[in-house]
Structures are given as C-alpha cells and as structure tokens.
Design a protein around this ligand. Sequence first.
Ligand code: MOS
Length: 699
Amino acid sequence: MKNCISKPINRVDAPAKISGKAKYIGDIHFENQLFAKTVRSARAKAKIVSIKTPTLPDDYYIIDKNDIPGINRMRTVVSDHPIFAEDEVNYIGQPILLVVGPEREKIYEIVSQIKIKYKDEAAIYNLEEAEVKKAVFTEYSYSKGEPKATFQHAERIIEDEYRTGRQEHIYLEPQGITGDYKDGCMYIYGSLQCPFYIEGAIQDVLGWDSDRIRIIQSTTGGAFGGKEEFPSLMACQVAVASIKTKRPVKMIYDRDEDIICSTKRHPSIVRYKAGLNKNNEVVALDIDIKFDAGAYSELSPVVLQRGMFSATGVYNFPNLKVRGRNFMTNNVPSGAFRGFGAPQTIFSTEMLMHNIAVKLGTNPLDYKIRHLLKRGYPTCTSGKIRDEVKLPEIIEKVEKMSWYRRKIGKHKKFKGVGLSLFLHGCGFTGKGEATIKGKIILKKNGDTVTLKVSSVEMGQGAETCLRKIVAHTLSLPMKKVICETIDTGLIPNSGPTVASRTIMIVGGLLRQASLELKDRWNDANEIEISKTYKHPDFLSWDDDKFEGDAYPTYSWGTNVAEIEIDPVTYEIDVKKITAVYDVGVPIDEKTLEGQIQGGIVQGIGWATIEVMNSPKGKLTQHNLTDYKIPTSMDVPEIECEFIENPYEFGPFGAKCAGELPFVGAPPAVAAAVSNAMSVPIRNIPITPEYLMELDKHED
Ligand code: MOS
C-alpha cells in the first residue's frame, strides 16, 4: 500500500443524467498552482548548439534535462523518448524545456524570448527515404507452410501495394496533466488511460519507489489510444517541475499544440505478392509491412506485431510469409490509436482480395468466402482457431439487411456499394496478458459492492459495463455497485485500458470474483475478494518465432458501405453502413452502439477526409480548420445487428468490441468507391485529388 495519503479529486460517480458536474483536469484548481508551457524543437533533426533564456522574474522557472534526478527517458515498450531533449532533437515539436510560472501571458512572453541555436542535420522525412537509408527500428518476420515452393508452382502471381495515412485522435479533451509534489510524495492528476504506465514512468524519472507516487485520473474526455503512452511524458515533465518549484504544476495543451506533438496512427505501406492456384484462389501470400514509427520507437514494436498478426484478416492463406518493419523518420512519433496496427494491414488485405476478385471478374464477396477461416484452422501464426467462426451467419445476415449482392451488380457511375470482412484479436498481443497478470479487487461493505480496477472510463462506457457484470451476477441494483476512484493508491494494477481487453479480461476477473462473493455473501458484512489473471493453459505463444496463439480469441464483423461521389468535386458521401458483429455476447447494447457508431465514423474519417501530411517533418494540418474529421452532418445511416457467439472465458460470453468497429469501415468504403468508379483503390485517405487522378486514367 502507498505511504502517501489519499487526496482524491472531486469525483462524480456515473451520474444518471448529464449534470455538467464532471471536472476535467482544466477545471480543477490546485491551490498555489503554476502553469507550464513547453518549448519545442523547431527543427526535424538538429544538434542543439545553444539555448539563450532571458532573466526570469520571481516565481518563474525553466525546467529542462538538468532537473531530472533519474533517467531522462519515458518508460514504455522501448524507453527511448527523452523527457527533455539533451543535445539533439529528432522531430519538430520535440520538448526541450518548460517555462513555468503563475501567469500564462508572462509565460508566453518568456517563451518568445528564448532563443535556440540549432545545427541542422540530414533528416528522413518519409518511409521511402527511411527504406533507402535503412533506418529501421524494428524488424520481424514469420512464416507458415511452404511459401517459396508454392510460389514456384503458382498458376498466377499478382503483386500489389497499399498505403494508409497518418491519423490524429482528436479526443474531445486535449491532453492535460498536473503534478503536485507534497510531503515527499508525487501526485499526478490528469486525463489518462493507463495510470500504472505513468506510475512506472515517474519511478524511472525520479528514481523513486512506487509507494511515493500516486496517479489519479480526472474525468477523461476521450482517448482512443492517444492517452495510452503520451501522458507519461507530460506527467514526468510536470513531476520534475513540481519538485523544483514546490508547487502544483499544471500543463494543459490547446488543440494546435496537442496535434503538433502528440502521437499519431502509423502511416503504412503494405506490399503483397499473391500466388494463385488454377482455381484462382490465393494459396501463397508474401506480405511486406512498413510502418512510419516517427522519431522514437516507444511502443511501435507492439503496434507492428498486431499489424503483422492481423495481416491475413479473416482468411486462411496456407502458405505465408510476413515481414514487418518499423522505420525511423524525423516525424512526430507514431503511437497507440484504436486498432493498434491492425486497421492498416486489414485495410490492405481486404482491398487486395477485393481488387483480385474484380480483376478476375468475380463477385468480391464470393471470392472472399472461398478463403475464410473456420474453426479448427490454423491462425496465421500457426495457432488455432478454437471457437466457432460464425462468418457464414454474419454474411447471410448482412446480405439480407443490405442486399449487397444485388446492389453491386447494378451500380451506376458515382454510386457504389462495398463490403468488408474483418476480425480483431481480443486482449494483449502474444504473451502480454500473461506478463501483466492483471489484478482486481471486489469489496463488499453491507449491501454495497466496490470494484477496484485500473480500467478507466474515458467515454467508452467501461464503468457501466464492468458494474453491470458485477451487479447482474450478484442480483444487485446498479446503484449498489460502485467503482473506486482511479487512484493508484487505492486500486490494484489490472493493466492498462487498452487492446480491447477491459470487458473480456478485467470484466472476466470481476465475473469470477462476483460468483465467489455470491457464494460467500452472508458470511460477513465486509468481504474482500481479489483475483489475478491467469492465461489459459491451452494457449501457447513463442515470442521469438512468433508462433502459436497471438490472441486468446477473436471478434468478427462485416460492414457494407453505400456511397455516392459528387461528380464535380469527387467528394465521397457515405450514405449508409450496414454492420453485423460477433462480439461474443454484448454486455450493454447502448454502450456498444456508441462504440460502433463512433468506430465507424472514425474509420470513415481516416478513409476519406483525414489528411495529415508531414512534408519536411512539419505537419501541414495542425488545427481543426485544416485537419477535418467527420461531424454529425457526415454520419451516415448506421444499421447494426449482432450474432451471438458466447466465448467460454469471457464474462457472460463477452469478447472484445472497442477497436473492432474502427477496422471495418475503411475497406468497406474503399470497396464502394472502387465499385462506383470502376477503379482499384489502393490508398487511403481517398481524397478528391486521388480519385480524380484515378478517374482520368480509367482506361
Ligand atoms: Mo490502445 S490503441 O490499445 O489504447
């Protein structure tokens, strides 16, 4: 237990109605608080020659690398990002120092007077240059069957290449953190997804034990992966600032700053060589995946792994070779974003299958059906599909709802229909769950039960779903089941709120604990039960060979997109998405509906209008005027159904659902555009410029 006393912030427990009482970090006033503003690199790659700072007025401070008592690196998968730059910078926006003080106007004035001299060095601006210069952070590969021999005997070989763009999360609430050093303890408050990641990062930077550190989540206005690793960096910065100033230090980004320096979805290039047999089925596939990881590696290796293990989508390719590389560029670092590498490779493989089918003159759905995974088949990593694959029912249902087959044959120019099939691996990749061993506590006090977990509410509905699992098991009204404040001094480490693991893994542990509590309910007034995750014995994973069960199970889905294209402007108007999902058993349909609508719309944005370029390392779209995301006016009609397929080890049969809805819309929309314009689509976002160019070369 922590030595530091609890000092929880004003928490509002899941109000039944919108009350406006929730406090975001920007709303919380800390007595004696100071503000912090980051001074950032203006260069993509340079040595720092000198930093000239003005004379500081009383109560104003500069915090930089010299103020770090421990390690000047942010702890994550690869702890390579400096908290403050040392003698070099590697991307525009990299933090160099903080200016801290009581008045924001004065801070801005000081910032404008700081002069940094750089000596520019040769930078790498994109994947093509990075490949030429062999700037590789991580390279992995795995294979299955006999790809080489199969290619030699293939009837036909098709080669193709696909590209996906950078994407910014645009969570409603920009990043914000406060560090408060008091009585030898560090309290971090903020908008965050993974309290224990931050605790670990602070430990490294301060050189402290965890018992003097408490991470407390404030109401969090969306995250989508953007608050997975990034808040650790800010937290470490305000922590050292608070130690130096002996005051609470608050740092809230405005939207521009947030976009410029926060992590993005990895831009990708995926190359294929497909070997077809005499029935025109893909029997051998060579996949070469390239991700732009940006200037620091951070958690990109794991993003790449999920990308690689999702690259075969819902298909069985018996002979397979997959190579994946994360490239170092002098762009803002890429990081976690809903889907975590899988949306890039699933988009590419779905479009490959679609484009091959069209080339062969076959209906894309019929062509895809000939390759589907089934129960008992090996996964791409030679694990096993253990559970029933209900894709045939899913397809039948979506066909009935959307009349896809009828519509695809009847398309007119500028109007089309497209279908995607997809899956998502539930929980951490590989041995992640086995390593983290998530722990939960369930506490009965009279007729009330408190859940102690580190899974956070960030707008996705985690609290509702987790409380519902417990309330339902114990036959209690929801109001008798409450969540402990997210404060690392009060909760066990049940792992980060990522990887579509909250309901299946953490909810699964809560279900077990609730069943035990149900048996012991009358034993005492106060009962505390804790559970620690144990990876099922039948799952095996070899992290060196990438062989075995990359995921315990999968959720599945299909999207049918109906679109129209403006014949003058070439803008895409998505009219309708028809969706069917197998997420095991939905825990809370309303919450799930929110995840699905949001995921679909976010996916449509990535596929159509979200352009974020970084020529010479400088983002050209860094505010919401230039970086356009879908608004309520762009939301299509969404019709959604579920196929139940209870998962034995999930609470009430639930599997994963948070990331899955993002994955399906981009390939469905791209397939619809391909149908409307009779051209193969290989790149997203499908901008009007790209589409016009394709249309010109139609013949
Ligand atoms: Mo995530 S993208 O697993 O928060």
